[in-house]
Design a protein around this ligand. Structure first.
Ligand code: SF4
Ligand code: SF4
Length: 443
């Protein structure tokens, strides 16, 4: 197996053992779900139900308000008790639909199988992805139907399934490859059909040899008539970042500021592939997903299938509660995840993990001056000079930060991780990016 990779990056401790090899289990359906109406990059949804309505599992409750948006569906059956703002993983409260569980788990009548993939047109596949509310499940939450609709002048020749799962601690993608390998392949074929692409690649870090074997078997079984390959990638963070994955699997370089389609590629997460397979085969909308509940601060780490809108505090309780030294809650992985002030926040489509860290793992950001060691420069996979951008941002000189390429930073955190002076580079750069974009929008 060849080693494929990219320049830069880091080798953090992976801490996958907390949940690696643990099969998925269904989380208890909560007595109430709180489903935010904004769960994708792009426009939010508007509620299409009212307080007092009875809803069923898989019924649409949020209608997109724009092309770059995805509908939202009920994850339990029961009564809508409230529509109003509630905590959101991104920080600010957003409008949410509160549903009280009737305990019946009644499936919506509209949830029924579609025609087999072979009989669907590319446009029908895109429409199914759209109606099912599919978004990128790796955390980016970009609406899937938009990714499947590049401008007509761009021909996509390759679809890459991102199964690298390079973030420490997370194993949701890994377990899907062990349990649902056939559906990953089915979803890949569906993506290829929608885009009329001729090649499919599944990229997996080589610290998951069982997943590589599982996917190779599934490709041999279900890939007849398709040009599909499984690529073992060097275990290195951020191997799963879009541009790094394309570089490692195809050798193509996505230019700064451009999207993967500029090099005729579309990336999709393997969880999204499984969700598309379910949407075609069962008509199932995206109302639940695998979430890794993990870290040294949780009693019984697990890979759980969780209904959208379940409170994180409920998952923590189902996993035996916190340890006495638990200190920090993060949704996602430790590198790019979002720290949360409390567990009173719902799981949404982009929630790949619930990570609880103890004091030992929480980085002290008492930073010193830059000692010009260059480690952040070596680590930056985007070939930026993070110490320059960070210093400019620290001094609120956002024009200079922009000149140094702040907007090309995708906030992987490699620079902060490697800095011996503990300078919070990515945090400063994130602020600079926000300011630069806010000023642009104003103009
Ligand atoms: S500057 Fe941005 S892209 Fe480069 S290492 Fe830091 S966070 Fe990652
Ligand atoms: S790693 Fe830290 S100390 Fe070294 S050059 Fe970058 S910012 Fe300066």
């Amino acid at each position: 197996m060849s080693q494929r990779t990219f320049a830069g990056g880091i080798h953090p401790s992976y801490f996958k053992d907390y949940t690696a090899g643990k099969p998925t289990a269904a989380a208890r359906a909560p007595t109430q779900v709180i489903i935010p109406l904004h769960q994708n990059i792009g426009a939010p949804c508007e509620a299409v139900v009212q307080v007092g309505d009875e809803v069923k599992v898989g019924q649409k409750i949020g209608e997109p308000q724009g092309f770059v948006s995805a509908p939202i569906h009920a994850s339990i059956s029961g009564k809508v008790t409230k529509i109003g703002p509630y905590n959101h993983p991104l920080g600010k409260p957003v409008e949410a639909v509160f549903i009280e569980n009737d305990g019946q788990d009644t499936l919506y009548e509209g949830v029924k199988p579609n025609k087999p993939l072979e009989e669907l047109t590319p446009q029908e596949v895109i429409q199914i992805a759209k109606e099912a509310g599919l978004v990128g499940l790796g955390g980016a939450t970009f609406p899937t139907h938009v990714k499947l609709s590049p401008p007509p002048e761009i021909a996509i020749d390759t679809v890459i399934i991102n199964a690298a799962e390079c973030e420490p601690f997370l194993t949701a993608d890994h377990v899907l490859m062990l349990e649902r390998a056939d559906d990953v392949v089915y979803g890949l074929k569906a993506f290829m059909k929608a885009l009329q692409a001729t090649k499919g690649i599944i990229g997996i870090e080589d610290n998951k040899p069982d997943a590589i074997v599982s996917m190779q078997k599934a490709v041999a079984k279900g890939g007849q008539g398709y040009d599909l390959e499984v690529h073992a990638l060097e275990t290195k963070y951020p191997q799963g970042a879009e541009k790094m994955l394309i570089r490692a699997t195809t050798g193509r370089e996505v230019p700064p500021g451009a999207l993967p389609m500029a090099v005729n590629v579309v990336n999709q997460n393997n969880g999204t592939a499984v969700a598309l397979a379910e949407a075609i085969k069962l008509g199932k909308p995206l109302y639940e997903r695998v979430v890794t509940v993990t870290g040294p601060g949780i009693q019984h780490p697990a890979n759980l299938i969780v209904r959208n809108g379940t409170l994180v505090s409920e998952l923590i309780e189902q996993c035996g509660g916190l340890t006495a030294d638990a200190r920090k809650l993060i949704l996602g992985g430790p590198m790019m995840g979002l720290a949360q002030p409390s567990g009173d926040v719902p799981v949404i489509k982009g929630t790949s993990g619930v990570l609880i860290l103890t004091q030992k793992f929480v980085k002290d950001h008492a930073s010193g001056p830059c000692i010009k060691c260059g480690k952040c420069v070596d680590a930056c996979p985007m070939h930026l000079v993070p110490n320059f951008i960070g210093s400019a941002a620290e001094k609120n000189n956002f024009e200079l930060a922009e000149k140094y390429g702040a907007l090309d930073c995708f906030e992987c955190g490699c620079c902060t991780y490697t800095c011996p002076a503990k300078r919070p580079l990515v945090q400063w750069i994130r602020i600079a990016k926000g300011e630069i974009l806010a000023r642009r929008n104003k103009q």
